[in-house]
Design a protein around this ligand. Structure first.
Ligand SMILES: [Zn+2]
Ligand SMILES: [Zn+2]
Length: 335
């Protein structure tokens, strides 16, 4: 079978490798769609130094089960599934006390930039009614945003919220804030196409930071009080600080974006303490993969995917993503 191997920096090769070997409890999935994500961009830019090439990337994928190992029900052959990339063992202390994202044992990494992928049968989730395979491949980024939003706990119905950044994670944050009871959601984003998409995902007000400051729009909307939830979905420390500034007393700043390693938070701690603002957030998909997958049919995802590409195009597609063109690109290894 064919895989796209990451060779370090922005270099990929297309390689012919043997089919994965089945073990008890595992299944082979014929990959339908594998999303290119900010993480893939960051990896090729050297942001995650612990990732060691050569390796196959692609952690957001869906497909059809074509072969099963011992102990997997025969009826699952032919099933359309969305795959959780790092399922965790579900048994260790970290898995039980926190989320599977912090598993102490070495998690199996599934790889979607390949014609076939080996997955744990418990990490292959059947699609909810009415969801297509391509959309289902976005359950992982959706789960990352949902894990963040649900870290807030219950908020009073109709709360005001701000989301800075309307890339894939910002858009899902908008959608899940609405589904979790937000009243007015402001989305702030410089790219007009993404602003339009934010409206489609449920933003009530869209803001162009080149026209006015985000402070102005929040002050205007809340008569200077601030929003209950201010989410940062870009990954810039100064914007996380801005979210803390724009949260109302007893409000929350929500960290959705991934800031660079070792970045300090440039914030006035006196102000933060005085207004009793807390910072929430979540790392990765945690335990929210399946809940997010099942909420996807409630979100209007029309036009989110900007294109489907063969594995050979991977380097170019990652470069397009890095430039912020489009919202989501899909690798389609078997089209
Ligand atoms: Zn991702
Ligand atoms: Zn574990």
């Amino acid at each position: 079978m064919k895989v796209a191997t990451w060779r370090g920096e922005a270099e990929f090769t297309i390689d012919e490798v043997p089919m994965p070997e089945l073990e008890p409890g595992l299944a082979i999935v014929k990959v339908d769609s594998a999303g290119v994500c900010g993480t893939d961009v960051h990896v090729t830019q050297g942001l995650f130094t612990e990732w060691d090439p050569p390796m196959v990337l692609g952690h957001e994928f869906s497909g059809v089960i074509v072969e099963i190992g011992e102990g997997v029900p025969r009826g699952r052959i032919g099933e359309e599934v969305a795959c959780l990339p790092q399922p965790g063992c579900g048994e260790c202390g970290a898995c039980r006390a926190w989320t599977i994202g912090h598993c102490e044992r070495l998690p199996r990494r599934a790889e979607g930039f390949a014609e076939y992928a080996l997955v744990d049968q418990n990490a292959a989730y059947p699609l909810p009614e009415g969801l297509d395979l391509e959309t289902a491949a976005m359950a992982e980024p959706a789960g990352c945003a949902l894990s963040c939003v649900d870290s807030l706990g219950r908020q009073e119905e109709g709360f005001d919220a701000l989301v800075i950044g309307a890339g894939m994670l910002g858009l899902f944050t908008v959608a899940f804030l609405k589904l979790r009871g937000a009243g007015r959601v402001i989305a702030s984003e410089p790219n007009p196409i993404r602003r339009e998409m934010a409206r489609q995902f449920g933003a009530d007000i869209v803001h162009d930071p080149s026209e006015s400051t985000v402070d102005e729009i929040v002050d205007e909307l809340t008569s200077g009080t601030g929003v209950q939830v201010a989410a940062e979905a870009v990954g810039k420390p100064e914007l996380v600080a801005k979210c803390i500034e724009l949260a109302r007393p007893r409000g929350h700043a929500l960290m959705v974006g991934v800031s660079p390693r070792r970045s300090p938070l440039p914030v006035d701690l006196f102000e933060m303490h005085f207004r009793e603002v807390s910072v929430r957030g979540a790392m990765g998909v945690g335990n929210s993969f399946s809940p997010a997958l099942n909420l996807l049919p409630q979100i209007d995802m029309d036009g989110v995917v900007g294109g489907r590409y063969p594995l050979e195009e991977i380097a170019a597609v990652i470069e397009m993503s890095a430039k912020g063109q489009g919202v989501k690109f899909m690798m389609a290894p078997n089209d």
